[in-house]
Each structure stands twice: as structure tokens, then as C-alpha cells.
Write a protein that binds this ligand. Structure first.
Ligand SMILES: [Zn+2]
Length: 111
């Protein structure tokens, strides 16, 4: 059975292999790009391999929410995610995108 996960940005369900996996180390709170490293333990979230989704996930608080999980009322937060993410990690995540548009000259930002 193919395992599916939901992208934190667009909320679409996709095959795990089509998603970028980020894991928040439960001890340090550091967020890492998880390429199947079983030594990483912590809460994971998934983002499509698309620049638009990565943008949305990193800019908003979705990533933080997804990695920290639901807060329990009356109890201090169990997990804290080290934010903002280091620039190096952000670059790595963008490198995982399959639509970075490096070869496309016609990409225009719709700001
Ligand atoms: Zn997405």
C-alpha cells in the first residue's frame, strides 16, 4: 500500500515520495530535511515538491503549527520548533522542488 501524506500548505493528499519531509528533532527543536533518515525522531510534516507550497509553508505559521502540534490547554508546550529556519535548510528544501523554474525563462511572479 502506498502511504499518503497531506501537504501542510495546500492540504492535498499525495504519495509520500512526492512530498518533501521535514522533521523537527524532539530534543533540540531543530528542523531537518528528512530523506528517510531513521535516526531522526520527532514530529514530521510534509510539503509538495512545488515552490508555491514551500513558499506558503515557510512563510506562514503552518509549518510551526504542524510541527509543534496541538497545544494542550493548561500545560506548557511540549515541543518548540526552532524558528526561523536556518537559511541553509530553506535552500535545501527549495532544492527538493521539482518545479524550481530554473530552465523556464517565462516565469513571472504574480505579486
Ligand atoms: Zn502542497
Amino acid at each position: 500500500m502506498l502511504s499518503t501524506r497531506i501537504c501542510v500548505a495546500c492540504r492535498l493528499k499525495k504519495a509520500q515520495k512526492d512530498l518533501i519531509r521535514l522533521t523537527c528533532d524532539f530534543q533540540s527543536g531543530e528542523v531537518r530535511l528528512n530523506k528517510g533518515d531513521r535516526r531522526l525522531s520527532g514530529r514530521s510534516c510534509y510539503i509538495c515538491r512545488q515552490k508555491t507550497c514551500v513558499d506558503q509553508a515557510l512563510k506562514g505559521m503552518r509549518l510551526k503549527g504542524a510541527l509543534e502540534g496541538r497545544k494542550v490547554k493548561g500545560r506548557p508546550a511540549v515541543r518548540t520548533v526552532a524558528l526561523p529556519l536556518p537559511e541553509q535548510l530553506i535552500q535545501l528544501v527549495y532544492r527538493e522542488c521539482t518545479d524550481t523554474g530554473k530552465t523556464c525563462q517565462n516565469t513571472q511572479s504574480k505579486e
